[in-house]
Write a protein that binds this ligand. Structure first.
Ligand code: NIG
Ligand code: FE
Length: 416
């Protein structure tokens, strides 16, 4: 049965070209006041002014939902590490006492301290825990999320993390896209030999993840003390050859060359970009790589430096925004907080920030042709907010203003 969501004070459609948005196009919200969205079989049939949508042939028999408020495409959170067994509270206390991310790693915390519990956890509770976390994302207006492995760092545990994503899909309506991040750090059994571990990942884990269809993307952490740009480029090219689309964690803690390495392998996105220089930005533009900024992680780490969004946008590189939800650098699942951080600390406009969190997030996952914007034929992934003006979503922070979330036409969250 068709559903007519109507009485929307402000609808941001982001309807436009079937491509990531760059430059001034990031500010084109497709705003419609007093609007409606008509949905049938999980697909948008019509969206626009209330009176015009009401004349659609399906509108007559549709179930009518008076929503009020602001309606946006559901957020597409294109970078998360949602599978982890335990929070890192010891790291948190250390950081509160002044230790940096690198100092915490040197003291035995960081990524490697997450692997013990992940290796021990069984698949079923892992999938259930992921589905429980997914409910938090849905309640904040997110309808699609990428999920990385990367806390197992062995064949069995990395595949288990990816299988948890596969199994959680049956437990939550949040759409989940899996990424193999076995190259997230060097596990203790390799005694710091990054090349030997990467050879093992390349020979054993990557082909299995690809052959079993467990991952859509492959990612690598390119940073001093993790993997070099040369290793990253070679690894990502091999991943691409096996059918996994490259992504890269790059220029997060220093300017190291990961962005250019990713671009050379045709990465769909290069993520973090805190320390990019002009030549890195040019490489992304030339390769058609999206810059995914994760400013909530800068906030959480208490960093003074945030990614140079203005330079990246001025250069014509499409920018996406994501949470980076993970136990070490960003325990935040709320994309509305990311909007606030992007406007307050990266000088992005509210229009650019919302574009980056929806349509460009979808392109960073290669699915912008079916979600991330509101137009006939698109997937009916919608989020409604108790606000009069869409800028309130970037302005108020620290809470969620989401009142209802709709995934493929079905209401999957309603605020009590
Ligand atoms: O995106 N930088 C690498 N990966 C994560 C952090 C993971 C962790 O500390 O557990 C990030 O910030
Ligand atoms: Fe990350």
């Amino acid at each position: 049965m068709a559903v007519l969501f109507t009485g929307i004070k402000q609808l941001l459609t982001f309807a436009g070209d079937n491509a990531p948005r760059a430059g001034a196009a990031m500010r084109e919200t497709g705003l419609v006041k007093n609007a409606a969205v008509l949905v049938e079989n999980g697909i948008i049939e019509a969206a626009g002014p209330r009176a015009a949508v009401a004349r659609h042939r399906l509108a007559k028999k549709a179930k009518v939902v008076e929503t009020g408020g602001v309606c946006l495409p559901g957020f597409v959170d294109s970078h998360t590490h949602m599978v982890f067994a335990e929070p890192r509270l010891k790291d948190f206390s250390m950081r509160a006492a002044g230790a940096s991310y690198q100092e915490i790693k040197a003291a035995g915390g960081g990524i490697l301290s997450s692997i013990g519990a992940v290796r021990k956890q069984a698949l079923k509770p892992m999938a259930a825990q992921l589905a429980a976390r997914a409910a938090r994302f849905l309640a904040c207006g997110t309808t699609t999320a990428e999920v990385k492995s990367g806390y197992g760092l062995s064949l069995d545990s990395e595949l288990k993390m990816l299988r948890a994503v596969r199994d959680a899909k049956k437990l939550t309506p949040l759409e989940l896209l899996p990424t193999l991040l076995a190259a997230h750090g060097v596990p203790p059994e390799f005694n710091g030999d990054a090349q030997k571990y990467l050879d093992y990942v390349t020979a054993e884990i990557l082909p299995r993840a690809a052959a079993e269809g467990l991952a859509v993307f492959a990612d690598i952490f390119c940073e001093k003390g993790y993997f070099t740009p040369e290793q990253s480029a070679a690894y990502l090219k091999e991943a691409a050859r096996l059918g996994l689309r490259p992504k890269v964690h790059s220029e997060q803690l220093s300017n190291y060359g990961g962005t250019r390495a990713g671009a050379s392998a045709g990465a769909v996105s290069a993520d973090h970009a805190d320390h990019v220089f002009a030549e890195d930005i040019a490489a992304m533009r030339d390769a058609g790589t999206i810059a995914t900024l994760l400013p909530a992680s800068n906030y959480y780490l208490g960093l003074a430096k945030f990614p140079p969004a203005r330079e990246i946008i001025a250069a014509g590189v499409p920018v996406a925004l994501a949470t980076d939800f993970n136990p070490g650098t960003c325990p935040c699942w709320n994309m509305q907080f990311v909007l606030s951080a992007a406007c307050t600390h990266c000088a992005m406009t509210p229009e650019e920030a919302i574009c980056a969190a929806t349509v460009n997030g979808a392109w960073a996952l290669g699915i912008g042709d079916r979600c991330g914007s509101i137009a006939p034929g698109m997937q009916a992934d919608l989020a409604f907010y108790a606000a009069d003006d869409y800028r309130e979503l970037c302005y108020y922070f620290g809470d969620s203003q989401c009142s209802m979330t709709v995934k493929k036409g079905r209401t999957v969250y309603r605020k009590k």
